[in-house]
Design a protein around this ligand. Structure first.
Ligand SMILES: NC(=O)c1ccc[n+]([C@@H]2O[C@H](COP(=O)([O-])OP(=O)(O)OC[C@H]3O[C@@H](n4cnc5c(N)ncnc54)[C@H](O)[C@@H]3O)[C@@H](O)[C@H]2O)c1
Ligand SMILES: OC[C@@H](O)C(O)[C@H](O)CO
Length: 309
């Protein structure tokens, strides 16, 4: 802090700030699971070493896990070695997606897969859902936040309720889920990994549809990623985000969007929307304990090159 910036603070206030903040933010060797030496991969076949590098071990929660991107990401994490999975979503979405979730569970009979209702706009709901998951899985190693809603209202007429709802679900909901998971990760002493879903819209003004609230919410998520990564490294918690461009999901389907989709494609160097499967490599990388171990506070953009134009 410069002499000028601290001029208004008393000596006591400065001392109290230093004593509170320094221990929280200072890493010494071995003080966090992330500063301990990396165990070598046992010398086995090249294929086994490659698999070990991208293994995703432990117990994961996926919010918005019954939605398109959440479910396909959950499957990818299971394919890479997850031992327990808790799919959290709104009760009505868990209901409408129950066949897909059942079909996923049948592919991984040895994995404990549970469904827990969650409304990310309710602190009580988050508390209850994360307590239940922590108890059932006996810990939380990974949290992937996919719960989110779109919002396409012109800024001159958007109502306070419409604007606030988008911020509440996408930004506040992501933060309070991360806080609930981080408390478990910190108290276990093992640390963990948090993955947020930001969006290309965190970095770009979509055209032609107006969506200021959505874009602001996702810009908030991308910056939350950097802040929490810096704050929680001391607890061994990595925090990253992905920023998908237009993906070929229900969110972007429907006849009414046909003309708009042509505009989106014309502004994408690859000339098309993304296949949901195309986000899963980044999800696995960021959640893997070995390949992703030194990656924190970063955002991976998966947009067919749209942000280059
Ligand atoms: N599809 C895209 O093109 C795209 C692009 C960039 C980012 N994203 C983001 O990816 C995430 C997943 O999107 P998707 O395409 O899979 O959409 P989706 O609608 O299939 O999934 C979103 C999920 O969030 C859940 N959800 C909504 N409100 C909730 C609440 N209050 N509490 C708990 N869960 C809630 C929904 O029930 C749904 O299952 C979202 O955050 C979205 O903003 C999507
Ligand atoms: O920018 C890509 C997406 O986040 C997109 O803005 C969204 O699908 C619009 O609802």
């Amino acid at each position: 802090m410069s002499a000028d910036a601290s001029a208004g603070a008393t000596e006591d206030q400065r001392a109290s700030l230093t004593s509170r903040v320094l221990p929280m933010m200072t890493l010494s060797e071995g003080s966090s699971p992330l500063t301990r030496p990396l165990a070598p991969i046992p010398s086995t076949s090249a294929r086994e070493r490659a698999e070990a590098r991208f293994q995703v071990q432990g117990k994961a929660i996926v919010t918005g896990g019954a939605g398109a991107l959440g479910l396909i990401s959950a499957q990818a994490l299971l394919e890479h070695g997850l031992s327990s999975l808790c799919i959290m979503d709104l009760p009505r979405t868990l209901e409408t997606s129950s066949e897909e979730i059942q079909s996923l569970a049948s592919k991984f009979p040895s994995v404990n897969i549970t469904k827990v209702p969650l409304d990310v706009t309710s602190i009580e709901s988050i508390k209850a859902a994360f307590e239940q998951a922590n108890k059932t899985m006996e810990g939380i190693d990974i949290l992937c936040c996919f719960a989110g809603i779109p919002g396409c209202q012109p800024s001159l007429t958007v109502t306070p309720d419409q604007f606030s709802k988008v911020i509440d679900v996408n930004l506040n909901g992501s933060f309070f889920c991360a806080q609930a998971a981080a408390k478990c990760m910190e108290s276990s002493g093992k640390g963990g990994c948090i993955l947020f879903t930001a969006s290309m819209s965190a970095h770009y003004t979509n055209f032609p549809q107006p969506q200021a609230a959505y874009n602001a919410s996702k810009a908030g998520v991308a910056h939350l990623t950097r802040n929490l990564a810096a704050e929680w490294a001391v607890h061994g918690i990595r925090v990253n985000s992905i920023s998908p461009g237009y993906m070929d999901t229900i969110l972007n389907a429907g006849d009414s969007l046909a003309d708009v989709r042509k505009i989106w494609d014309s502004r994408c160097p690859m000339g098309r929307m993304g296949d949901p499967e195309e986000i899963t490599g980044a999800v696995v990388l960021l959640c893997s304990q070995r390949a992703g171990r030194y990656i924190t506070g970063t955002d991976i953009v998966i947009d067919g090159g749209t942000l280059t134009l």
